[in-house]
Design a protein around this ligand. Structure first.
Ligand code: SF4
Length: 180
């Protein structure tokens, strides 16, 4: 069990490092939790930037970066279509929906990442959302006119998937706009 936990911790740390590097290149997170994560990365970046550092304590090598990211990596949970930053159970939408607001782990199976303030979407999640948008579009096309409730639900699902894809694209377009 401890081997599994160790493996998970290392994987999470690498994922956070990857997203931090993305942030430094202008590829920002999207989703309801994007602002909080971006602010966190900005804080780390400031600590690493000699010009912005207020004290002569300047951290710059990879080990130091990883140390700064470790706390955040500990609250990361992986959803199939999002990252879940489980910093505060009382803000977890899945726990609210399940009626267990004080649980110490998120209910990833009940995740609604497009609405939860602890969720972020990244370019690695784009294919899942794009595929979902395609699939719901196909289902909508096959649905008979009388199935109004089903159509409304599918349409909302489709719109949500398209919105998430557009947000991921917009958040990662910053760099391309700046360099063009
Ligand atoms: S709804 Fe999703 S992102 Fe939010 S806390 Fe639950 S699992 Fe995490």
């Amino acid at each position: 069990m401890s081997e599994v936990n160790k493996h998970e911790s290392e994987r999470n740390l690498q994922l956070v490092l990857e997203e931090f590097r993305n942030y430094q290149q202008g590829i920002l997170p999207a989703g309801p939790g994007a602002r909080s994560l971006t602010e966190f990365f900005a804080g780390i970046d400031e600590k690493l930037d000699p010009a912005a550092a207020s004290a002569p304590k300047i951290q710059s090598n990879d080990r130091d970066v990883l140390n700064l990211l470790t706390k955040r990596a500990k609250v990361l949970h992986l959803g199939p279509a999002n990252y879940c930053w489980f910093t505060d159970p009382s803000r977890a939408l899945c726990l609210k929906l399940a009626g267990t607001p004080t649980a110490d782990r998120p209910l990833v199976g009940m995740c609604d990442s497009a609405r939860c303030p602890q969720a972020t979407h990244h370019p690695c999640h784009r294919p899942v959302w794009a595929e979902h948008a395609e699939r719901t579009k196909t289902f909508l096309g096959q649905l008979g006119t009388p199935r109004k409730t089903e159509r409304t639900r599918l349409q909302a699902d489709h719109d949500r998937a398209l919105r998430v894809v557009a947000e991921i694209d917009a958040a990662s377009a910053t760099m391309h706009e700046e360099s063009s």
